[in-house]
Design a protein around this ligand. Structure first.
Ligand code: CUA
Length: 662
């Protein structure tokens, strides 16, 4: 054993035992020999860097030596970037940005590669290219309410879309675009066996993309909750087997799926039950005040399992989606409302599926609704009133188990495995820990600053792991070096164990996110992800996950011309492309069928063609199709864009486009 392996922790332990670095008699009297000099060094380091004992504890809890791996993986939305972040916990090392809604050159996503180009095209809005995404809520696939590590789904709020990412290779395989609604927010959330991926509208609009003036808001604008059917064997969402339920034109907000006791049901919050439409220059109150008049909005309670049956016979197709009309949903008992305090935000189902926690936002409480009480009221048909559209409203007092006063601006709630809940307080910029059973506040910890979502290890499942919490803060202010007026977001890792902080939560680490505004995230035990190291067999297509019919074997590289179509069958292996010279004529349609013959771990090549906006990522064994028209004559270097070997710079060639004869 390396003696330093003993020496270092020993020295740290001594330093920690001695208290503050400047405290007298600490390291000096702590012992003799190597440990003594080690602890003296450490005390000096702490002093030089102005680190407290708590800082060193936090460092020890997050520092991950080279070569060691993280216990958990955090999948976080990349906000405006339209990409998904993968971050190790507790090290908070960023491992990957997965390209989803936006072209991403390193992964060759949407930069000449036909497969990814077609995935991006699925997400075009009415055929119009969309080159960004407002990603909000990633949802890991579940089996029996636990993360299974196979897929992750994400939503785009701006252009209502859901993407499917395969966690075998962290590649986006599908994007579905909803033409029914115009914006989503309550998504992506999965049912406990990933039968459906839920996407709920936010801003009401005429369903299916029709036009109606705001004067007709009450009659013609609507919301909807969509249940996208996921076929695990096919690894795809099947739009034809999906359905939606029409909602009144409130702003539906965050949603969650029931589990265990509440399996088969889904829930979402609403705001703007006032149905304000803004119009300040037309003599109306601004939307924000018009939408904040009512003391209560409506928690939507949806029987999706029954709705899936009803959709088969009583739905009508709007913009390609089977939609259960609102009146049918009422008549069939698919939709109920429960009043919820003033413009709420987060809705989180407890791990046992018994309760629904709603964050008050403009109310200082988290309200805990009992699923059993709601069911008893529905069974007894005990309705207090109906909303203007005829949806039955249950009694607030009889549907809740209680409320817990937490502080200013409660938003979202995460859970640990010991019966505790953690609610973000946006205005107070704190996390409140409270006990779900007793509805008692336990403690609060400050965050920097203005926390939005928060996530605990597997906290959205039936078996939360606790231990770590990540606060996703909207403001960074003074936390980092100045990088101009646009500041990064701040992810803060919080230790939930309390084992080195007198039982209390402790802030461990700040991770700036300089990419977009992440919203939600989920944390999975890292060993549940069984990702591939290479593509096998050679010739695998990353999107179809099948061997490409155009796979090129070593020795069979060639160029074939049919009319003005040139097929280039090319291979890559350290350190050359074959062929390395390609001659075409101006105006030719060029199809490069490119196989990376490597099977060695991490032997990735890239393939770029100058002036043609092409860069492919060629992971070991991967087959890529590149298609473009050689519309510009000239000499275009093509080269490998990954430093793959000592002769990487020589892994290059020429793409020659001969001009048309005048
Ligand atoms: Cu191949 Cu660099």
């Amino acid at each position: 054993m390396n003696p330093r392996a003993i020496l270092v922790p020993c020295a740290l332990a001594l330093a920690l035992a001695c208290g503050k670095p400047e405290s007298p008699g600490g390291p000096k009297s702590a012992g003799s020999g190597p440990a003594s000099s080690g602890s003296a060094n450490l005390a000096k380091l702490m002093k030089d860097r102005n680190l407290s004992e708590a800082d060193v504890t936090a460092a020890l809890k997050t520092y991950t030596p080279s070569g060691r791996r993280d216990e958990y993986l955090l999948f976080a939305s990349g906000g405006h970037s339209g990409q998904l972040l993968v971050i190790g916990v507790p090290s908070m090392r960023i491992l990957k940005y997965v390209a989803v809604f936006t072209p991403e050159p390193w992964q060759g996503y949407g930069v000449g590669d036909k497969g990814s180009q077609e995935v991006l095209k699925e997400g075009y809005r009415h055929g119009k290219p969309i080159t960004w995404g407002d990603m909000h809520h990633p949802a890991l696939s579940e089996t029996k309410g636990e993360y299974d590590g196979e897929f992750i789904f994400v939503n785009d709020k701006a252009n209502p879309r859901i993407a499917v990412i395969n966690l075998k290779d962290f590649v986006t395989e599908q994007i579905v675009e909803s033409r029914l609604i115009e914006a989503d927010h309550g998504g992506a959330f999965v049912t406990p066996n990933t039968e459906y991926v839920i996407e709920t509208s936010q801003y009401a609009a005429p369903l299916g993309g029709a036009y109606a003036d705001l004067k007709e808001y009450n009659e013609k604008y609507r919301g909807a909750m969509t249940f996208w059917r996921f076929d695990r064997a096919k690894r795809r969402i099947i739009p034809e087997e999906s359905f939606a339920i029409e909602f009144p034109p409130y702003m539906q907000d965050l949603a969650d799926s029931g589990k265990l006791t509440s399996d088969g049901w889904a829930f979402c919050n609403s705001i703007n039950t006032e149905r304000a439409t803004g119009g300040v220059l037309e003599g109306n109150p601004p939307l924000e005040s018009g939408a904040s008049q009512n003391d209560m909005d409506y928690l939507h309670v949806v029987n999706w399992r029954k709705a899936a049956e009803v959709a088969k016979t009583k739905s009508k197709v709007i913009a390609g989606m089977r939609v259960i009309p609102l009146q049918v949903a009422i008549d069939e008992g698919l939709l109920y409302f429960v009043p919820e305090p003033k413009s709420p935000h987060g809705l989180d189902v407890t791990p046992d599926g018994e309760d629904l926690v709603v964050g008050g936002k403009l109310d200082t409480h988290a309200t805990v609704f009992s699923f059993r009480k709601i069911q008893a009221l529905i069974a007894a048909k005990k309705f207090e009133a109906k909303d203007p559209y005829g949806v039955p409203i249950l009694s607030f007092a009889e549907a809740i188990r209680g409320q817990v006063e937490l502080g200013l601006g409660p938003l979202h709630t995460a859970f640990d495995g010991d019966g505790n809940a953690y609610t973000s307080l946006f205005i107070e910029t704190k996390v409140a820990k409270w006990n779900v059973k007793d509805l008692k506040l336990v403690e609060k910890i400050s965050t920097q600053y203005n926390i939005g979502h928060l996530v605990a290890a597997e906290g959205d499942t039936v078996a939360p792991k606790g231990k770590y919490l990540v606060a996703m803060n909207k403001w960074a202010l003074d936390r980092f070096n100045s990088v101009g007026p646009l500041l990064p977001q701040n992810f803060q890792l919080i230790d939930l164990t309390g084992d080195t902080n007198g039982g209390k939560m402790q802030l461990l680490y700040d991770l700036p996110i300089g990419l977009g505004e992440p919203h939600n995230a989920q944390i999975i035990k890292a060993d549940k992800i069984k990702a591939w190291e290479i593509y096998k067999p050679v010739g695998l297509d990353a999107v179809t996950k099948e061997k490409s019919p155009f796979t090129v074997e070593g020795g069979k590289e060639r160029v074939e011309r049919k009319g003005n179509v040139v097929d280039v069958y090319m291979t890559a292996i350290r350190s050359h492309f074959t062929p390395d010279v390609v001659r075409v004529k101006e105006g030719d349609k060029v199809r490069i069928h490119l196989t990376n013959l490597e099977q060695a771990h991490d032997a990735t090549h890239g393939f770029a063609v100058n002036s043609y906006n092409i860069n492919a990522s060629l992971e070991p064994g991967k087959h890529t199709e590149l298609e473009f028209t050689a519309d510009r004559p000239g000499v275009f270097p093509m080269y490998c864009t990954e430093f793959c070997s000592a002769l990487h710079l020589e892994m290059a060639g020429y793409f020659l486009v001969e001009p048309k004869k005048k």
